[in-house]
Design a binder for this molecule. Structure first.
Ligand code: GRF
Length: 188
């Protein structure tokens, strides 16, 4: 059984899907949730599932505090599920297996500033016919690590960024846990 540590900054609907999925899958278990927002809904979700959480500041992410905290959970895989800060190289050096989910078809709509609704707004403004999700390894550059999985969805019937976001969340919930399980299996 592999230890999964989740990092999330906000709502945490993906985090919750992942927690649920691994309650019924022996490949892995979610051992902790790390968040940089003390009032993030993801922390409430963690509590409801009896999963320990660690709250930290942007400074603590980079000064060794988070790395220190991670050691006690012995992560085999770190999953960024709606984590909005840049993941530090100092942690990647110690725990290189870190993946992220991006709510667009990278390399389009990636990079600094391209997160959350900004992505869906840009997709809408460019009148894209489809968008999708990209699950990728994390390296020292925003959204540039090796791709693991992509899936797309038609959005010709969407008139608002919120409608696009809704479709993207459905894709994420459908595929993200399975893709994580695949990674754990391949690396065992
Ligand atoms: C997701 O769309 C994810 O792709 C992006 O942030 C969003 C997080 O949603 N990185 P939630 O907090 O899991 O509901």
């Amino acid at each position: 059984m592999k230890n999964i540590v989740l990092f999330a900054s906000g709502n945490g609907s993906n985090a919750e899907e992942i927690i649920r999925y691994f309650k019924n899958n022996n490949e892995g278990v979610v051992v902790a949730i790390f968040s940089n927002k003390a009032d993030a809904k993801v922390l409430e979700r963690a509590k409801n599932h009896n999963i320990p959480s660690v709250v930290f500041s942007k400074t603590q992410l980079n000064d060794g505090f988070v790395l220190e905290q991670l050691h006690q959970f012995q992560p085999d895989l770190i999953v960024l599920a709606g984590f909005l800060l840049k993941f530090p190289e100092s942690i990647l050096k110690v725990y290189p297996k870190v993946i992220n989910i991006h709510p667009a078809l990278l390399p389009k709509y990636g990079g600094k500033g391209m997160y959350g609704m900004n992505v869906h707004q840009a997709v809408l403004e460019n009148k894209e016919k489809e968008t999708g999700i990209t699950i990728h390894y994390v390296n020292e550059h925003y959204d540039e690590g090796e791709f693991i999985f992509q899936n797309s969805v038609n959005i010709e019937d969407c008139n608002t960024a919120e409608e696009i976001a809704h479709k993207i969340h459905e894709l994420e919930h459908q595929y993200f846990p399975e893709v994580i399980a695949g990674i754990l299996t391949r690396n065992s």
